[in-house]
Design a protein around this ligand. Structure first.
Ligand code: HPA
Length: 270
């Protein structure tokens, strides 16, 4: 693992002449933000050592490194999910590589189902906390002591300061930004209505199949974390209609202009 982290970081550092400050992970249908990055250097996951390759429709598989809103960023255009068959340890590799490249903050975006009945499809939610229901943890196994402690504190997994920054950016841009708890499921099935009722009962506001393994890895290394969900659909059983990946991607595309505006302003102000 450590060898792959160092080798990949070195390979990427050989192609850029600056340190990245902010990492960005772009979720389903949200990869377009990477096209806003100026003077981009592209690094395909396939050219890296032991790197997983994203298999989902709506996900491209590469790092895009350059400048966004005047800040040096490294974006993952396409991410890895547990349901694709990757271990949570494999999912954590890119996060460790980005840490080696110098990032201090990590912004994660995702498409999520709305569990909170006050939400509507097309809205954004800043993640205040999460509930890990994937049933696995990327830090299981031997601890990588040089990156962080055996038993990391998760009291403030999502930086209060960055949440404030996101809320200010949303307000300044006239964008409604909900705040809530993200529950991570293994997938790839969408949830049953009974599962959604359960998630509602235990305090979740949104549900998705990503983000949490990456956040745990980032917190292990004491990176500051911000999570933004795009509520692409209301979760199963809330509205009388079936869920589809098509709807998820279509909603993400519909709110693209607001998403780009919000993210660029957040990056500027971090
Ligand atoms: N459930 C789980 N993951 C999702 C959903 C959902 O309803 N929408 C987008 N990702």
């Amino acid at each position: 693992m450590i060898e792959d982290i160092k080798k990949n970081a070195e390979k990427i550092l050989g192609q850029i002449d600056f340190k990245a400050e902010i990492g960005l992970i772009l979720g389903s249908g949200l990869g377009v933000l990477a096209e806003e990055i100026e003077d981009p250097v592209y690094i395909n996951y396939g050219d890296l050592s032991n790197f997983p390759v994203s298999t989902v429709e709506g996900h491209t598989g590469r790092f895009v490194i350059g400048e966004l809103s005047g800040r040096k960023v490294i974006a993952m255009q396409g991410r890895f999910h547990y349901y694709e068959g990757y271990s949570v340890q494999e999912i954590s590799l890119p996060i460790r590589v980005m840490k080696e490249l110098g990032i201090k903050s990590l912004i994660l975006t995702n498409a999520a189902g709305g569990v909170n009945k006050n939400f509507s499809a097309g809205e954004f939610m800043v993640i205040s906390d999460h509930i890990n229901l994937i049933g696995d943890n990327p830090l299981r196994g031997e601890n990588l002591d040089e990156y962080g402690p055996r038993f990391p504190d998760m009291t403030e997994a999502y930086s209060k300061e960055l949440i404030k920054t996101a809320e200010n950016s949303a307000a300044e841009n006239g964008i409604l930004l909900r705040k809530g708890i993200y529950a991570a499921m293994a997938g790839p099935t969408y949830e049953t209505p009974a599962e959604i009722q359960f998630l509602d009962t235990i305090g979740a506001d949104a549900v998705g199949m990503s983000t949490v393994p990456e956040v745990i890895t980032a917190r292990h290394m004491d990176l500051k974390v911000l999570g933004i969900s795009c509520i692409t659909n209301m979760a199963a059983g809330i509205l009388a209609k079936p869920l589809s990946h098509k709807e998820v991607v279509e909603t993400a595309e519909r709110v693209r202009p607001q998403f780009i505006r919000l993210m660029k302003d957040i990056v500027k102000n971090i």
